[in-house]
Design a protein around this ligand. Structure first.
Ligand code: ASP
Length: 325
């Protein structure tokens, strides 16, 4: 080997060694988990519960950063542009799929601009109204909304939020269009519902169970096809006549494209450990969230799921004519 070649090989192996040991040492500083909605809301609760356990496994703080706006697409675009250095991760729900049909122009591609880490939990939604809303049961709600559609508003967390998806399916089932009132998450939307400033909200059990149990909202049913353990007496919307009404909120964890595979694999291990952590399991069960099945916990499992969800929701959303430019 001549001297120049010898130098080159030496330099390259030093470079690989630095890269490899950097990955082994990861994380050497706090890791950020970006949440696309307001603090205190359903997605934030899932992120903070998982984040606390992940941080115990990794031995580093997991910092939650709430990046708000445009139904989660501001955060997704931010993460897609972030450095793929293992210090930025992203948690998002069905909105990662539905936004592709809701927005004519997205500055990122959910399937190609991210690394896939894992899914986490599946969460039912609940259909609610403000406490003094005239309808007491789902049939009363359906009749009242049909008769007063011009006067009723529907809170959501913007185009791309599951509250928007659920509200849109409710409108589609009743063949009405209500006035949407968007917030930057359903934590502020719930405050507005409790304050009587908005009429109807569909939101995850991770936020709504305490309000339902306290009787501070009107509650019409859950959005799963079968009843849920956390609210065993609560009927489903489907069994009360909204045939095939189903929204289950799944959560994916992503990283910017190009984040090294060994880091993705270690984060995947930390998420899996969190989902077996008794503290996480108890909190999730109390909030109606189900730990995602094993088949969804691999990076490939999330990627396949996201693709299927884009294919599933695209035609449904397009049939409603809902979109933003
Ligand atoms: N529940 C919200 C949604 O509708 C998001 C949130 O605030 O967590 O997508």
């Amino acid at each position: 080997m001549n001297l120049r070649r010898c130098f080159l090989v030496g330099a390259l192996s030093a470079l690989f060694a630095t890269g490899a040991s950097a990955q082994q040492a990861w994380p050497t500083k706090p890791v950020t988990l970006v949440v696309p909605f307001a603090a205190g809301g359903p997605t934030d609760v899932v992120a903070r519960t998982l984040g606390a356990s992940i941080s115990r496994t990794l031995g580093q703080t997991v910092v939650i950063e709430n990046k708000l706006g445009a139904g989660g697409t501001v955060a997704a675009a931010y993460v897609a542009r972030s450095a793929p250095d293992g210090y930025t991760f992203f948690i998002h729900h069905n909105g990662m799929a539905t936004s592709t049909a809701l927005y004519r122009k997205l500055s990122y591609n959910p399937l190609t601009d991210f690394e896939f880490v894992s899914q986490a939990v599946d969460v039912p939604m609940t259909l609610l109204a403000r406490k003094d809303f005239p309808a007491n049961t789902l049939p009363e709600l359906v009749a009242y909304v049909k008769a007063n559609k011009d006067k009723i508003n529907l809170a959501n967390a913007g185009l791309g939020a599951v509250s928007q998806l659920c509200g849109m399916l409710f409108e589609r089932a009743l063949d009405v269009k209500l006035t949407a009132v968007p917030f930057q998450g359903t934590a502020p939307a719930m405050n507005a519902l409790l304050g009587g400033q908005v009429d109807i909200l569909c939101d995850q059990t991770t936020q709504t169970i305490p309000q339902i149990k306290a009787g501070s909202v009107k509650f019409y049913g859950v959005t799963t096809k079968t009843r849920i353990k956390a609210l065993p007496d609560a009927p489903t919307l489907n069994e009360q006549g909204l045939k095939d009404f189903e929204v289950i909120v799944w959560h994916g964890i992503y990283a910017p494209k190009g984040t090294p595979k060994p880091i993705i694999d270690r984060m995947n291990g930390a998420v899996r450990a969190a989902l077996k952590d008794p503290e996480v399991m108890k909190r999730m069960a109390d909030l109606g969230a189900e730990i995602a099945p094993d088949s969804k916990l691999s990076p490939e499992g999330l990627q396949t799921w996201l693709k299927a969800e884009i294919d599933k929701w695209g035609p449904i959303i397009r049939s409603t004519g809902t979109f933003a430019d």
